[in-house]
Design a protein around this ligand. Structure first.
Ligand SMILES: NC(=O)c1ccc[n+]([C@@H]2O[C@H](COP(=O)([O-])OP(=O)(O)OC[C@H]3O[C@@H](n4cnc5c(N)ncnc54)[C@H](OP(=O)(O)O)[C@@H]3O)[C@@H](O)[C@H]2O)c1
Length: 282
C-alpha cells in the first residue's frame, strides 16, 4: 500500500489504519527529513510529484495507492493545478505503468458543483476526470470537513470571539481523521467508485462555535459576518490577489456557505475532540 500525502492529518490516520490491519505501508513524501516522523516499519520514498522522473520506483510492489495530496494550507506557492491536479496525475501515470489494482483519491464533498467557482476544487475535480478515464480501478472519497479544520473554531474561541458566516445555520457533519481513514481503506477493498462521507454528528456552524467556546471555557461570544460581505470579499480578492492568497479564502467561504452533509459514518465525536485538544491530548 502506498500513501501519498502521508504527512498531515488524514494521511497519518491512513498509515495508522493500514498498519493496524497488518498491511505493509510505503509513504511518499517530498522532503528527506519527513522520513523520521514515521514508525520504523514504514517504508519511506522521497520524490517530487511535480517532477515525474523522481517518481521512478515509487509504485514498485504496490497494489493500492491512496492519495491525499493537495494544498489545503498554502505553504510553497505552488498552484492547485500543479499539486492537486498535476501532482496526482503524475502519480496516476506511474500507477498505470505499474499495473496498480486500485487508486483511492480524496476529493471534497459537492466537488462537482463547487468546481465551477472554486479554484482548488476545479483542480481536484479535473484530476477526478483523469482518474475516471484511467484503466486503473479507482474510488473517489468525498469528505465533508475534518476535525483538524474545526480546530479553527477552537482557536477563535480561545481568543474570545468565534466568527461564523451568515446566520450560522448551515449544517455539516465533520469527519475525524481516524473514522475517515477507516472509510477510505474499506472503500479500497470494495467495488465502490464514489463515496460521500461525513461524521456521526450533524451541527450548525453556530453549534460548532458554542461547542468550541464550551471546550475553551470562554464566555459565549459569536459574531456573524454577513454572507454578502464574505462573498464580495472573495470576489474582490479573486480579482486583485494571486491564487495562493485568495484560493484558501475562496474555498473556505464556499464550504461555509453551503450545507456540507453526507451519509454518516464512524463513532468519533467533535465535542470529545475539542476537549482533547484543550487538554493537549491530540
Ligand atoms: N481539511 C479538510 O477539511 C478537507 C475536507 C475535504 C477534503 N480535504 C482534502 O483531503 C486531503 C487531505 O487533507 P489534510 O487536511 O489531511 O492535509 P493537507 O494539509 O491538505 O495536506 C495533504 C498532503 O498533501 C501533501 N502535499 C501538498 N502539496 C504537495 C506537493 N507539492 N508535493 C507533495 N505533497 C504535497 C502534504 O505534504 P507536505 O506535508 O509535504 O506539505 C500533505 O501530506 C487534501 O487533498 C484536502 O484537499 C480536506
Amino acid at each position: 500500500m502506498l500513501v501519498a500525502g502521508a504527512t498531515v492529518y488524514l494521511g497519518r490516520h491512513l498509515v495508522a489504519d493500514l498498519l493496524d490491519r497488518g498491511w505493509r505501508v510505503r509513504v511518499f513524501v517530498r522532503r528527506p527529513q519527513q522520513a523520521t516522523t514515521f514508525a520504523p516499519e514504514v517504508d519511506v520514498f522521497v520524490g517530487q510529484v511535480t517532477d515525474p522522473p523522481t517518481l521512478a520506483g515509487v509504485i514498485e510492489g504496490i497494489d493500492t495507492v491512496f492519495s491525499t495530496i493537495g494544498i489545503t494550507r498554502q505553504r510553497d506557492r505552488l498552484r492547485y493545478v500543479d499539486a492537486d491536479y498535476g501532482g496526482n496525475l503524475a502519480l496516476l501515470r506511474a500507477a498505470e505503468a505499474a499495473n496498480v489494482t486500485r487508486f483511492v483519491y480524496i476529493s471534497v464533498l459537492h466537488g462537482q458543483d463547487l468546481r465551477a467557482t472554486v479554484r482548488l476544487v476545479a483542480a481536484k475535480e479535473r484530476f477526478v476526470d483523469a482518474l475516471s478515464a484511467s484503466p486503473v480501478s479507482s474510488v473517489v472519497v468525498r469528505p465533508t470537513g475534518y476535525f483538524s479544520d474545526m480546530e479553527q473554531f477552537m482557536t477563535m474561541a480561545r481568543r474570545g470571539t468565534v466568527y461564523v458566516i451568515g446566520d450560522g445555520r448551515r449544517i455539516m457533519n465533520p469527519n475525524s481523521g481516524r473514522d475517515l481513514a477507516t472509510v477510505c481503506v474499506d472503500a479500497s477493498l470494495s467495488p465502490a467508485t464514489d463515496v460521500e462521507v461525513g461524521g456521526p454528528d450533524f451541527f450548525s456552524h453556530e453549534e460548532i462555535a458554542r461547542a468550541a467556546l464550551t471546550a475553551a471555557r470562554t464566555a459565549p461570544r459569536i459574531r456573524h459576518i454577513p454572507r454578502a460581505l464574505a462573498v464580495t470579499l472573495v470576489r474582490v480578492l479573486t480579482r486583485s490577489t494571486p491564487e495562493h492568497v485568495y484560493g484558501p479564502i475562496q474555498f473556505l467561504v464556499a464550504v461555509l456557505t453551503t450545507d456540507m452533509t453526507a451519509p454518516a459514518a464512524g463513532s468519533d465525536h467533535l465535542a470529545d475532540h475539542f476537549s482533547e485538544t484543550t487538554r493537549g491530548v491530540t
